[in-house]
Design a protein around this ligand. Structure first.
Ligand SMILES: *Cc1c(COP(=O)(O)O)cnc(C)c1O
Length: 386
């Protein structure tokens, strides 16, 4: 089976993890700090806070932004459920902004229109979470301009997009946002087994993120409300969680980071090969904005269902049966049963729904060989040319 995504683990990665197992620290220690500093330096951000998943990273980013009951968070319907759930974790309500036809990212024009309506109705969001779908950055300059105008926080869900850039800035630099979140799940660009990170340029947000990551407790005398009674003392200043990353994970993440540009370059080569090989088929290829450099987490095509004799389900099933692990990204979040219970309906975000009906994710990962990719291409060609 050729999966849609998988990790690339080197001998150096294995040695890096082994070295931690032989050291004094297993959980959050020097390897976490080194990984944080390396990712912050790579992205050009001041601060980074490593946690045990991007889901946790989104949660503490929302808390640091002050999101709470009575507030709302807006995101894209074309994302993994975690981008929206983080708002609900904070007791806020969640709403969506439909996607752009070409990039499948949250449409910045639709966002602008929705904000203008929300202002009149007094329902402006506290947090907006643009998701860099497939590794292609959203049009952040426009989104950030709107944030200035309407006064909301921007948290980039860059789970797909580490290694990419936008207008000459690395994704994660937070040039056009308050915070950026990465995922180190094994199918993403680099992995820590599980893991996530929040980047920011704000010292104030950084301090809050550190607190929320670990129970809301601190040993920092400067933050204490009263004088410390002794060296053993820690003060709980807020309600936080145990979202810590282990040194075992961080060592793997750090080792992977050394090869990130190589990983992304290989993904680009594979994407160019797909572009070339599929251009005469009845499919829509992924469009790319010129002022960004995608990390190509996903390569998604849309089947032109009116020009082929199969349904998307039949194409998916036949590819799976032929050993090609295609996938579908994403089931629009507002159509999930849980979100339907919250009041969302089929038809609410029709562009994302129509896109979903014909979307198919082809295998793409660093260690995918050209001959495996040719097998994907030939199988797809024969199936949709029936
Ligand atoms: C993978 C992913 C997440 C969640 O990442 P975890 O590290 O598994 O918690 C969140 N948002 C998006 C867009 C993702 O793809």
């Amino acid at each position: 089976m050729i999966p849609y995504g998988r990790q690339s683990i080197s001998e150096e990665d294995i040695q890096a993890v082994e070295a931690v197992l032989r050291s004094d620290f297993l959980t959050t220690g020097p390897a976490v700090e080194r990984f944080e500093q390396a990712v912050a330096a790579y992205c050009g951000a001041k601060y980074a806070v490593a946690v045990n998943s991007a889901t946790s990273a989104l949660h503490i980013a929302c808390l640091a932004a002050g999101l709470t009951k009575g507030h709302s968070l807006w995101t894209s319907p074309n994302t993994f459920v975690a981008s929206a759930n983080c708002g609900l974790y904070c007791g806020a309500s969640v709403d969506f902004v439909d996607i752009d036809h070409d990039t499948y990212n949250m449409g910045e024009v639709l966002l602008k229109e929705k904000l203008a309506r929300a202002k009149q109705q007094g329902t402006l969001p506290t947090v907006v979470v643009p998701v860099h779908f497939s590794g292609q950055s959203c049009r952040m300059e426009a989104i950030y301009d709107l944030a200035q105008k309407y006064g909301f926080h921007v948290i980039e869900d860059a789970s797909h997009a580490i290694g990419g850039s936008y207008k000459g800035h690395k994704v994660g630099s937070c040039t056009y946002s308050d915070m950026t979140v990465f995922s180190f799940h094994p199918v993403k660009i680099i992995t820590a087994g599980e893991g996530g990170m929040v980047l920011t340029n704000s010292a104030d947000l950084y301090e809050k993120l550190i607190l929320y990551r670990s129970h809301g407790i601190t040993r920092n005398k400067r933050l204490m409300l009263q004088e410390s009674p002794g060296g053993w003392y820690y003060g709980q200043l807020d309600l936080g969680f145990n979202y810590r990353m282990t040194d075992i994970q961080a060592a793997l993440g750090y080792s992977q980071l050394q090869r990130i540009d190589e990983f992304v370059q290989k993904r680009h080569k594979l994407a160019r090969r797909y572009d070339e090989a599929l251009k005469d088929l009845p499919v829509i290829l992924p469009a790319q904005d010129r002022d960004q450099y995608s990390s190509y987490h996903l390569y998604v095509i849309q089947l032109k269902l009116d020009q082929i004799s199969l349904t998307r389900k039949e194409a998916y099933d036949q590819l799976q049966a032929a050993g090609i692990g295609v996938n579908v990204h994403y089931i629009p979040v507002h159509t999930q049963p849980y979100y339907q219970k919250l009041g969302f309906k089929q038809g609410d975000f029709s562009v994302a729904e129509a896109y979903y009906e014909q979307a198919l994710t082809l295998p793409l990962y660093e260690s995918l060989s050209y001959s495996e990719q040719d097998q994907v291409i030939e199988t797809l060609r024969s199936i949709i040319s029936q």
